[in-house]
Design a protein around this ligand. Structure first.
Ligand SMILES: Cc1cc2nc3c(=O)[nH]c(=O)nc-3n(C[C@H](O)[C@H](O)[C@H](O)COP(=O)(O)OP(=O)(O)OC[C@H]3O[C@@H](n4cnc5c(N)ncnc54)[C@H](O)[C@@H]3O)c2cc1C
Length: 456
């Protein structure tokens, strides 16, 4: 068998430390029961090129992870080669040009902190540890994304190692097929991204949040209000409703309406606050705050309360533009079947911009519903691991698609890209990776797009 010589680390299935290294690539501690043939942690681009050649020579496929924070652990495949890009974790900021170059293993929170110190901003993920690799490739609904765009819309170029083992640059004028695919293909991208080139923003003058918490008995009023106010919520505000059995970590079962706001002027701030402060249901809240100024890093810490580490998770989601009367029976059902916290349901008023770039990312809708089932002990897995997917399956007739980062494709195939985009992506893959060295989404066999698989 040919050998692989690289500067980075190689761990084979039989090596000591393999299990730990594999589980360390997973935020979700649910064991996927799949094991790669080996894990490669490249030290440099030459290591990646050598690994691609090696994989081809022994007939193995390659999967990639940057932070392993995708809930469904699609990067873990049976008997293939896993490339862990976590060591590619450097970044450079150019304040004058409002640009940055970031490697995929850079932690979103750390990057945002460095930007804020220079009065800059980027829509990184809502939790500090979310890595930029998966965030940017899968779309990335980040801080202030309603205004600054989905994170991947702010990728202006990428350095990519292709299936041929070449390092290329892709942007709007060169290797445009790869540039198009990299913004939304996520787990089916036909290359390994070693660096993202980003467009940055000036840090908003005002940042902070308004929070209101409601007892579960007000469920119908809260969701009716959120539904009705949704289209008018200014882009500077993100209306999110988090339903759980432990609102704000310490209180009882209910719904937490938390609204991060990022505004560039006093007028914009006042306009963004108004729908919350003048809400007709506000008097029913058992906790209600004014607008409290926070740095986004503090808001990241608040958000992390609901996503603790060292848990097993089953997550699924849907985009919808169903009516509130269609949704309510299911929301009520979910409230009754809600497992203990930190399990929760997230309702996000999204109402997307109608000025998206042309890119692989192409499915979004007015409302985003995410179910996050969490449990601590592996003994609970059998009981807990279908809650999120079952509810999303029952509601699938109301869904217009799913969001890739929080999906559960292995257990519930669903639409995550427009048909035309999926066909184009498969054509790009067929040309760029004719030897099929890179793995694709679990339910979408390479270049054999079958609508019956994706739309059962
Ligand atoms: C606590 C928590 C909070 C989250 N918050 C958000 C949020 O606010 N917004 C949001 O949109 N999502 C969020 N997510 C979901 C989502 O998984 C992450 O945004 C993102 O995918 C994490 O990036 P990652 O690098 O860890 O992904 P990974 O799991 O490492 O990668 C995802 C997929 O992308 C591909 N990939 C990764 N790196 C590369 C690379 N360098 N080259 C080629 N392909 C690659 C792989 O195929 C992989 O399967 C969150 C997840 C968690 C666990």
């Amino acid at each position: 068998m040919p050998s692989l010589y690289i500067k980075g680390n190689i761990l084979r299935k039989e090596d000591r430390g393999f299990e730990k290294a594999l589980m360390d690539t997973l935020f979700n501690k649910l064991d996927p029961k799949r094991r790669p043939f080996c894990i490669i942690t490249p030290h440099n681009v030459a290591d990646i090129i050598a690994t691609i050649r090696y994989a081809k020579s022994i007939g193995k496929t390659i999967s990639v992870c940057s932070g392993g924070q995708s809930w469904s652990a699609n990067h873990i495949r049976e008997n293939n080669i896993l490339i862990n890009m976590g060591g590619f974790n450097h970044f450079q900021i150019n304040k004058e040009k409002l640009t940055a170059q970031v490697e995929p293993g850079v932690e979103g929170g750390m990057f945002l902190n460095a930007l804020m110190n220079q009065n800059l901003f980027f829509p990184t993920g809502h939790c500090k540890h979310t890595k930029l690799g998966g965030h940017l490739l899968q779309g990335g609904l980040g801080w202030n994304s309603r205004k600054f765009g989905i994170a991947c819309e702010n990728v202006t170029g990428l350095d990519i190692v292709t299936a041929n083992g070449e390092l290329v640059h892709a942007n709007a004028s060169q290797n445009t097929d790869l540039f198009w695919a990299a913004r939304g293909a996520g787990g089916s991208f036909c290359g390994i991204v070693v660096c993202f080139h980003l467009r940055l923003f000036t840090k908003p003058l005002y940042s902070g949040a308004i929070t209101q918490a409601y007892d579960m008995k007000h469920l119908e009023e809260v969701y009716r209000w959120a539904y009705e106010v949704g289209p008018q919520v200014p882009a500077a505000a993100e209306l999110q409703l988090l339903m759980s059995r432990r609102v704000l970590k310490f209180l009882g079962a209910g719904i937490e309406a938390s609204v991060p706001i990022f505004a560039d002027s006093k007028e914009e701030l006042e306009e963004a606050k108004a729908f919350m402060l003048q809400s007709p249901i506000k008097k029913k809240a058992f906790l209600s705050t004014p607008f409290v100024p926070y740095q986004v890093t503090t808001m990241c810490r608040f958000r992390a309360i609901h996503y603790p580490e060292n848990h097993h998770w089953c997550v699924d989601n849907m985009w919808t533009s169903a009516t509130i009367d269609e949704l309510l029976p299911y929301l009520k059902g979910i409230s009754k079947a809600l497992p203990p916290a930190p399990s929760h349901m997230l309702w996000r008023n999204w109402h997307p911009s109608n000025r998206r770039a042309d890119m692989a990312f192409s499915v979004e809708d007015k409302i985003y519903l995410g179910l996050y089932g969490a449990w601590k002990s592996p003994l609970q897995t059998r009981k807990s691991c279908t809650w999120a997917t079952d509810w999303m399956r029952w509601m699938s007739h109301l869904s217009s698609g799913i969001h890739l980062a929080d999906e559960n494709l292995r257990n519930r195939p669903a639409r995550f890209m427009l048909d035309t985009h999926l066909q184009k992506l498969n054509q790009i893959r067929a040309v760029r990776d004719s030897s099929q060295v890179f793995s694709t989404w679990p339910t979408c066999p390479y270049s054999s797009y079958d609508p019956r698989v994706l739309y059962p």
